[in-house]
Design a protein around this ligand. Structure first.
Ligand code: ZN
Length: 251
């Protein structure tokens, strides 16, 4: 038998019993074992784990655990500055990139609205999701928990919420994204980053009513859609305000 000290961070604690959450605890196991086996024995979904530090150094899941190791386990996205928690390698916060299953079209639309890099197609097969997620390092968001049990999945999260607003809040909370939004910077249809464009350049394509009322326009370089701050925009802005207001509640 060997014994290690484990400490889990942020939402990974949800998987632990009371008493082991947010504190270091000792765990004994049959030697030899790897990080992956150890996490599985604790019922931690490895798809939700992004960083494992052993005695302060980053290791992968195949690391063979040794007696006396101190192991820190972090979720896919840091919800805090981990460099202040322990003397460990500083790690930059990253912008999350997502890929969504076919049932989450509305969520994809809303994530794009908030500026998150979000791939979605209504004809994605499971194998597309798995392949794109692993080649592009994208987090799979899905309603299908089974999909996340596929051995190739390293980043994934199962959406519990039913309506799209609830789902959006769930993702913002889960990955602590309230401070990372950049609304109205992406094409809602195809996910490309929008570019400002002069009124002259798109004038011939604007409805008569819009020509007189608006002067700022953005263009999608991929699908060529033109955006302006019309009534639809105002509705979306209200929606976003409401969602961001939820940050203070229900955390
Ligand atoms: Zn587009």
């Amino acid at each position: 038998m060997a014994t290690v000290t484990l400490r889990f961070y942020a939402e990974l604690n949800d998987h632990l019993p009371e008493g082991r959450r947010r504190v270091p605890f000792e765990q004994s196991f049959e030697h030899p074992s790897t990080i992956r086996l150890l996490l599985e024995s604790l019922n931690i979904p490895v798809s939700e784990v992004d960083l494992v530090l052993v005695n302060g150094s980053s290791v992968d899941l195949s690391y063979e655990v040794k007696n006396g190791d101190r192991i820190s386990v972090y979720p896919v996205f840091d919800s805090f500055d981990i460099s202040s928690v322990e003397k460990i390698h500083p790690r930059p916060l990253r912008q999350p990139r997502f890929i969504l299953d076919v049932h989450l079209g509305k969520l994809a639309y809303h994530l794009r609205m908030l500026g998150f890099d979000t791939l979605y197609r209504n004809d994605y097969h499971d194998r597309d999701l798995l392949m794109i997620s692993s080649t592009e390092g994208r987090v799979i968001l899905t309603k299908d928990r089974k999909l996340l049990e596929e051995p190739t999945v390293t980043r994934g999260y199962c959406i519990m919420g039913k309506d799209p607003r609830e789902q959006l809040l769930e993702v913002l909370r889960r990955f602590d994204l309230f401070d990372s939004t950049d609304p109205f910077t992406r094409c809602l249809l195809c996910n490309s980053l929008l570019r400002p464009v002069t009124k002259e350049a798109v004038l011939h394509r604007l409805p008569e009513k819009v020509k007189g009322l608006f002067n700022e326009f953005q263009l999608c370089p991929t699908c060529d859609r033109v955006y302006w701050k019309g009534s639809h925009y105002e509705k979306m802005e209200k929606f976003i305000e409401g969602v961001m207001g939820e940050e203070r509640r229900g955390m």
